[in-house]
Design a protein around this ligand. Structure first.
Ligand SMILES: Nc1ncnc2c1ncn2[C@@H]1O[C@H](COP(=O)(O)OP(=O)(O)OP(=O)(O)O)[C@@H](O)[C@H]1O
Ligand SMILES: [Mg+2]
Length: 323
């Protein structure tokens, strides 16, 4: 049984009496222990679709269709209190900017221990011991002393390690990491992603890794969902997506980022134009104004999602291999 099963999820924002779709009929599953990447440019709906899973949508947003099942439970049917318990124990989230998620006026130790005490019901002494072992696990040296320090005593990379320790406090089944390393410099990014991958492997934790950088996911994700303008436009194993992207948008993303498997002389090519704004109506395929292969049908008809891709004229992997 999949750990997380999202089916036909749509999220709208209501403004001045009109509903605008931010997430459009998204469906996917996450198997226990696997890492699934959600990739797409800014505004594609990665965060909104994930916040819906956490039950943390902003007030103006609402789920207008679909279901979210986690470990056999229908999350959309749970009360706020039941959802809060799931967030503490079973699903946790790591955000981009740890400084905004950590409380600046409380010690790191009290913040980690609070999460442990609340969710696992351990005594203060046991919570402290667990906090120390978690900090060690995420690579914070001198953990006993570090517990007494405040967030501003930590570098950006170290703060992100602390956030990961908090996310791990109750040994969740799923971690949703929303751009966990975007605010960090490149070498630290790799260290944090390596750490998260190791932790997921050691604990059998599943992860949804949200990123706009398709260049990093090959190494860390089992499968990839590519999102554009609220929709999943392509899904596949990381290997399939890298070797033979079928949606022109996926191809565009790959051409716009440096790749580990490519020599540096291949010039990067940004995708032309800007990401579609959800409030602007676009006929047919929402990627058509930017697509280098656009045809009349693309302007007229919304492509169905079939065989892992939502495109009227998917690129042909066989043709690619021959080149
Ligand atoms: N509370 C809100 N009210 C109105 N629009 C919103 C709200 N939250 C998000 N949106 C819009 O929904 C769309 C999807 O946003 P989302 O945050 O999911 O994008 P994202 O893929 O996570 O982008 P990024 O890479 O920048 O984090 C965007 O156009 C955004 O402006
Ligand atoms: Mg986001």
């Amino acid at each position: 049984m999949p750990l997380l099963e999202i089916d036909d999820l749509s999220v709208c924002v209501s403004q001045d009496g009109t509903d605008t779709a931010l997430v459009r009929s998204v469906s996917y599953v996450v198997e226990p222990g696997e890492t699934l990447a959600l990739v797409g440019e800014s505004g594609s709906g990665k965060s909104v679709s994930s916040l819906a899973v956490m039950g943390l949508l902003a007030k103006a947003l609402k789920v207008t269709s679909g279901s979210i099942r986690f470990d056999g439970q229908d999350l959309l049917a749970l009360s706020a209190e039941e959802m809060r318990k799931i967030r503490g124990r079973d699903i946790s989230m790591v955000f981009q900017e740890p400084m905004t998620s950590l409380n600046p006026v409380r010690s790191i130790g009290s913040q980690i221990m609070e999460s442990i005490e609340e969710n696992l019901g351990l005594s203060r002494a046991d919570a402290r011991a667990r906090a120390i072992s978690l900090l060690k696990e995420v690579g914070v040296a001198d953990a006993e002393r570090r517990l007494k320090q405040y967030p501003h005593h930590f570098s950006g990379g170290m703060r992100q390690r602390v956030m990961i320790a908090i996310a791990l406090a109750a040994d969740p089944k799923l971690i949703i990491a929303d751009e966990p390393t975007t605010a960090l410099d490149v070498t630290i990014q790799a260290q944090i992603l390596d750490l998260m991958a190791r932790i997921c492997r050691d604990h059998g934790t599943a992860m949804i890794l949200i990123t706009h950088n398709l260049g990093i996911v090959a190494r860390y994700a089992d499968r990839v969902n590519v999102m554009y303008s609220g929709r999943i436009v392509e899904t596949g194993t990381a290997r399939e997506i890298y070797r033979a992207p079928r949606h022109p948008y996926t191809e565009g993303l790959l051409q716009s980022v440096p790749r580990l498997d490519q020599d540096r002389s291949v010039p990067l090519k940004p995708i032309r134009g800007n990401p579609a704004d959800p409030f602007t109506p676009i006929s047919g395929c929402r990627f058509h104004p930017r697509c280098p292969y656009v045809a009349a049908r693309c302007r007229a008809e919304v492509p169905a999602f079939e065989n892992g891709v939502a495109c009227h004229f998917p690129l042909d992997p066989a043709q690619k291999e021959a080149v």
